[in-house]
Structures are given as C-alpha cells and as structure tokens.
Design a protein around this ligand. Structure first.
Ligand code: HEM
Length: 152
C-alpha cells in the first residue's frame, strides 16, 4: 500500500512539473501579448489544480504512514528526519496553496491579461518552491535523487 502510494506520489511530481511549465509558458505569452483567455488556458489550469490536489491527498496519507516521517522531537536534530517531518510538508503545502489561489482568484477576474498575469506570478513562485523542495530532498537524503525514476 505504502509502496504504491509512493510510486503514485513520485510519478505525479513529473506530471505536475510538466503542467506547471505549460501553464507558465502560456500565461506569460498571454500576459505579454495581451491575448484572450481561452478554453485551453482554463483546461491547463484545471488539470494542474486536479493533479496538485491529488498529490496533496496522497502526500497527507503518506505523512501518517511513511516510515520516513518520525513524530519525535529528536527528528528535528537530524537533517533527513527533519526534512520529512517538517520541510517537505511545509514547502509543498505553500506551493499547493499558491497553485490553488492562482486558479480560484484568477477565475473571478474578468480581464484576460490580469488572469494571465495572476496565473503566471503565483504559479512561478509555486514552481520555484517545488524545485527547491525536491533539490533539498536530494541534498539531505542520499537515498533520493532530483530526477529519480519511480519504481515499485
Ligand atoms: C506539489 C506537491 C508535492 C510534490 C511535487 C511532492 C514530491 C515528492 C517527491 C518527489 C517525493 C519522493 C518520492 C520518491 O522518492 O520516489 C515525495 C515523498 C513524500 N512526500 Fe511529497 N510532494 C508533494 C506534496 C506533499 C505533501 C503536501 C505531503 C504531506 C502532506 C507530502 C508527503 C510526502 C511524504 C511523507 C513522502 C515520503 C514517502 C516515502 O518515501 O515513504 N508530499 N514527495
């Protein structure tokens, strides 16, 4: 069960990164070229929202069943256990929050350029936070790599 969830969580990261890149490209172009907000722009943002919320759900389950997360004060003194207890969840929750806010707040906007701009800025910050979190994971935990391939 845990292995399957880790595999799914690990795989979903690549889908999220690809959708983030597509959205960043489209929203930056839309913002700069003052382009209309199309149905495709909405679909990309919706899919990113669905993927990150699925990732959040799986992450929350893993947080309580993964052997890496040790609920103990001593975990804070070790870089690996501290990463899994507080750093991963904190950075990823901020990133998911920003992706959520980007979609929910831009949906209420009527101006297409303002929508593109909001989506670009919020998702860019989320993208950087996710990259930093994964880089930090690879740095502190020698059993993980930045571009690890999901295996069962
Ligand atoms: C966009 C959001 C997220 C991304 C991109 C992400 C990415 C990752 C990656 C790449 C791994 C390592 C998987 C591997 O080694 O194959 C991982 C593991 C893990 N993640 Fe996340 N994560 C996200 C959100 C979350 C959240 C919100 C939580 C907790 C609430 C969470 C909890 C965990 C846990 C506990 C593990 C360790 C699982 C294990 O190997 O036992 N993740 N995550």
């Amino acid at each position: 069960m845990t292995d399957l969830l880790v595999l799914t969580h690990s795989t979903l990261r690549y889908f999220i990164l690809v959708f983030l890149l597509i959205l960043l490209f489209r929203s930056f172009q839309g913002w700069q070229q003052k382009r209309a907000f199309t149905a495709t722009d909405n679909k990309v943002s919706l899919w990113l929202f669905i993927l990150t919320h699925s990732q959040l759900l799986i992450g929350l389950i893993l947080y309580f069943i993964s052997p890496l997360v040790i609920f103990d004060g001593a975990s804070m003194k070790n870089a690996v256990t501290r990463y899994w207890l507080v750093e991963h969840i904190s950075m990823m929750l901020i990133a998911v929050g920003l992706i959520t806010l980007a979609r929910t707040t831009s949906k209420k906007m009527t101006d297409a350029v303002a929508k593109h701009k909001r989506l670009f800025i919020f998702n860019l910050i989320a993208f950087v936070i996710i990259l930093v979190a994964i880089a930090q994971m690879a740095r502190v935990d020698s059993s993980r790599h930045f571009f690890s391939l999901p295996t069962l």
